[in-house]
Design a protein around this ligand. Structure first.
Ligand SMILES: Cc1cc2nc3c(=O)[nH]c(=O)nc-3n(C[C@H](O)[C@H](O)[C@H](O)COP(=O)(O)OP(=O)(O)OC[C@H]3O[C@@H](n4cnc5c(N)ncnc54)[C@H](O)[C@@H]3O)c2cc1C
Length: 384
């Protein structure tokens, strides 16, 4: 049996951050990971360019049974702290959208920086944890390569999405065995299956506004052969499938008013030609119908066309999350009700800590999930 002060299960963003913080406090730390390399999700993040933080990382961008839980960790580790950390590692960044930071030289250097910070810990790859118990004041962690013991145990096993990068439900199982409740999991930050749109639209991208559960999300939406995807849809997919989704394909303008004006100023243009000024051709033709001058449309007909473009409703029950396999994150996880937001320690089992996506906290698209992994990992490592 190998003995440590702290054993961390999972060498992802949260586990490595916890390892760096705990070793900085002089703790003897082992990080166990079943993969052949650490931080595989960080490596794949942001399309390989790692969207590592977002200046808007506040409670409002996090979801779960109790999003207030994030407040303490986000106050401890701010986006400015992460930029300072990146600067300290000579990582150059690019602000793609306002406040959304990607690593200019790709995700690899971010992984390098994490490993450099965690160099004081023993990182053991190819180590699949199968369970953990608490006996005689120590945690006993079972794995395919033998047992480990520790004063403190940090569960940083991530979620169940994107299984090709290596996932397991051991974090939930261990949490459950200590009496923690698991909020049912499902995919999030993913595409949506919906048969509502013509299949020929697959591959077309539009700027859209999506309204779901009082959230208004404006951004690119991509039609696919099974439904819709793209950034705006990924963000909307945080919502459960028991609610309606509303889509406006021409946000930011009064379409009815614009069409009436066009009827007066360009009456001899076909409606589909007019719509084509603001919509991709195929979509414009679909809503414009057979070639017919806009002047020949009654105002009420134009109002109908405007409504069909701006007020599309995907009713609850007709759409579904596209699946765990390609989802960026897992919604649900270990219920935060039994975890201290100040320390990330279990309120049920002293010495047991949680970090990152394994908990019931889901961040919005845009760097919020990695920010949560850094922040919660830091707090866990500071207390484990
Ligand atoms: C394709 C993709 C792109 C993404 N892009 C971004 C982005 O740009 N910005 C952003 O903020 N978020 C992004 N995310 C989400 C983000 O990567 C995750 O939320 C984050 O990595 C979670 O960190 P974590 O440390 O909690 O879990 P993980 O990074 O998933 O780490 C968990 C670790 O636990 C290990 N593990 C699991 N079970 C066991 C076991 N039984 N024994 C031993 N080890 C085990 C796994 O091997 C893994 O290394 C992306 C996700 C995906 C899938």
């Amino acid at each position: 049996m190998k003995n440590y002060d702290v054993v961390i299960i999972g060498a992802g963003a949260a586990g490595l951050t916890a390892a760096a913080t705990a070793t900085a406090r002089g703790r003897r730390v082992a990080v166990l990971d079943m993969g052949d390399a650490p931080a595989r999700k960080v490596q794949a993040s942001g399309g390989g360019r790692c969207n590592f933080t977002n200046m808007a990382a506040t409670r409002d961008r996090y979801f779960g049974a109790n999003p207030d839980f994030v407040r303490g960790a986000l106050a401890r580790v701010t986006p400015a702290d992460i930029l300072q950390w990146a600067q300290g590692h000579d990582l150059e960044w690019q602000e793609k959208a306002a406040g959304q930071f990607f690593c200019k030289s790709g995700a690899g250097p971010v992984v390098g920086a994490l490993l450099q910070d965690a160099a004081g810990a023993r990182i053991i790859t190819g180590c699949t944890v199968t369970g953990a118990t608490y006996q005689s004041n120590r945690f006993i962690i079972k794995s395919n390569i033998g047992d480990f013991s520790a004063d403190s145990l940090v569960i940083a096993t991530g979620g169940m999405s994107f299984a090709t990068l290596g996932v397991s439900d051991i974090g939930y199982k261990i949490a459950k065995s200590f009496g923690h409740k698991i909020i049912p999991i499902r995919p999030a930050l993913c595409a949506i299956d919906i048969p509502a749109f013509p299949r020929e639209w697959a591959g077309i991208s539009v700027g859209a506004q999506i309204t779901v559960k009082e959230r208004k999300i404006t951004g690119d939406m991509l039609f696919t052969h099974f439904g819709i995807g793209g950034p705006a849809v990924y963000s909307a997919s945080i919502a459960p499938s028991d609610c309606d989704i509303k889509i406006n394909l021409m946000p930011g303008i009064d379409v009815n008013d614009w069409l009436r004006q066009a009827k007066r100023s360009a009456g001899r243009k076909a409606l589909s030609t007019v719509l084509g000024e603001r919509l991709p051709n195929q979509i414009a033709k679909y809503f414009g119908g057979p070639a017919r001058n806009i002047a020949d449309f009654r105002d009420s007909e134009l109002a109908d066309v405007a409504a069909r473009i701006t007020d599309i409703t995907l009713h609850a029950g007709t759409w579904h999350h596209h699946g765990m396999a390609a989802a960026e994150v897992t919604f649900g996880g270990v219920d935060t009700a039994d975890i201290s937001s100040k320390t990330m320690e279990s309120k049920i089992q002293p010495g047991l800590f949680f970090a990152g996506e394994v908990m019931d906290i889901t961040g919005d698209l845009g760097g919020f999930n990695l920010h949560w992994a850094w922040a919660s990992g830091h707090v866990a490592g500071d207390n484990a």
